[in-house]
Design a protein around this ligand. Structure first.
Ligand code: BG6
Ligand code: MG
Length: 213
């Protein structure tokens, strides 16, 4: 991976583990509709947009809702989710994440956030790491969900770096696919068997060093 000039980071599952809060809020919603779903099913929601997540969950419960009802349910879930993320503190940053992003910056490598979440600013503020990113592209700025590369291409554009000089850090299969579709390198965070399309897989940013780029 020569000539890397920019690192683009996914948020949920890479910088912070918000999956547990998403799971709790979605579960509360499912329970209010009279069914439940497992942690294993929850895995399928990682990296997936809010609307798509709701559609998958309703499918598991065998429930059909109108578009207006779906919007109401997604808003309810988000209200519960935001209540939880508002309680987050900098202690919840995943091990090595802050240090690695900072080491990129110290080496003159540009940094961006590329997240599907519409709540990313709240989370970055709670973690006190907004200043670590030269550009922030999130669910409010894109129209196409991962695996479409839009979020990462917009990140590269905001940084003024061509895609082939960018590397994306992702914990979701759809995110790794998005990076590759955008002509970027991808470093998977998680299980190499799951993220086999990535150029390299590490267990977390604590394992990352600049010489691996
Ligand atoms: C992704 C998460 O980062 O953001 C998904 O992995 C989530 O689980 C998606 O559904 C959208 O997040 P939000 O905060 O806009 O509902
Ligand atoms: Mg993620």
């Amino acid at each position: 991976m020569n000539n890397i000039k920019a690192c683009i980071f996914d948020l949920d599952g890479v910088i912070v583990d918000t999956a547990i809060y998403h799971y709790k809020a979605w579960r509360r919603l499912a329970n209010s509709l009279g069914f439940d779903f497992t942690e294993q099913q929850n895995e399928q929601l990682k990296g997936v947009s809010r609307v798509r997540s709701l559609q998958l969950i309703l499918g598991w419960g065998g429930i059909t809702k109108t578009e207006a009802e779906q919007e109401q349910l997604a808003t309810q879930k988000n209200t519960w989710y935001v209540e939880m993320i508002n309680q987050m503190t900098p202690a919840e940053i995943l091990p090595g994440a802050r240090e690695f992003v900072q080491s990129c910056r110290d080496a003159g490598i540009k940094t961006a956030l590329g997240s599907a979440s519409k709540n990313s600013m709240t989370i970055l503020e709670k973690l006190q790491i907004v200043h670590l990113f030269d550009a922030i592209i999130d669910g409010n700025k894109v129209t196409k969900a991962k695996p479409d590369p839009e979020v990462f291409l917009k990140g590269a554009e905001a940084l003024g770096i061509e895609p082939q000089y960018c590397v994306v850090f992702e914990d979701a299969i759809a995110g790794v696919e998005a990076a590759k579709a955008g002509g970027m390198k991808a470093i998977g965070i998680g299980d190499p068997k799951v993220l086999y399309e990535a150029d390299l897989v590490v267990s977390g940013l604590k394992e990352m060093t600049l010489d691996k780029l």
